[in-house]
Ligand binder design. Structure first.
Ligand code: HEC
Length: 160
């Protein structure tokens, strides 16, 4: 009986030790730098998607074929503000400090982006060309509306 108890205690100790000795698991949340890279990549892909949608619409593509990229853009819009989390504000990026000092204004611009891209996805699914082109224009304006207030402009292209 006593031996069994000792053996059990030993086994528990050994397994406890094994757990303790394991290397630290990878953090479950992305690092602040990973969030910055994710938002910049998302913005790059948003720009590429907008160009694709404009060209396809101008070339008379069936709008239903554009529902997939349009709804992807709407998905990105819905999480974009979360990628500008508080713990990323001191990292180098082109986000202006106003993203954090005027959070309500920033979130309002992000809401315009969500609204425009949802309309875009709905118009594509409905094969509604007039609504699609109007939503393309309002999506472009939503990018600009946020950038004017919250993004440090890209360095001017050097002449020559
Ligand atoms: C709610 C605000 C907001 C909206 C809406 C928004 N952007 Fe941005 N965008 C930013 C900010 C802030 C940055 C700077 C991010 C950084 O450097 O981390 C940025 C950066 C970018 C960049 C540069 C990314 C890089 O690689 O450094 C591109 C390209 C871009 N946006 C395109 C777009 C396009 C296209 C849209 C609309 C389809 C859009 N953005 C909508 C705020 C916004």
């Amino acid at each position: 009986m006593e031996t069994a108890r000792l053996a059990l205690a030993g086994a528990l100790l050994a397994s406890g030790y094994a757990l303790y000795a394991k290397p630290a698991p990878r953090p479950t949340a992305p690092s602040p730098q990973e969030l910055v890279t994710t938002r910049q990549a998302g913005m790059d892909m948003a720009a590429a998607t907008l160009i694709l949608l404009k060209n396809a619409s101008n070339n008379g593509a069936p709008l239903k074929t554009l529902a997939f990229p349009a709804s992807g853009l709407a998905k990105f819009a819905s999480v974009a503000p979360a990628l500008f989390s508080e713990n990323t504000k001191s990292l180098p990026s082109r986000a202006k400090p106003t993203v954090w000092t005027d959070r309500a204004g920033f979130e309002a611009k992000a809401a315009d982006f969500v609204k425009a891209t949802k309309a875009l996805a709905a118009a594509a699914a409905a094969e509604d060309k007039a609504a699609f082109d109007a939503a393309l224009a309002s999506t472009g304006l939503s990018c600009k509306g946020c950038h004017d207030a919250y993004q440090v402009p890209p360095p001017a292209a050097k002449p020559g």
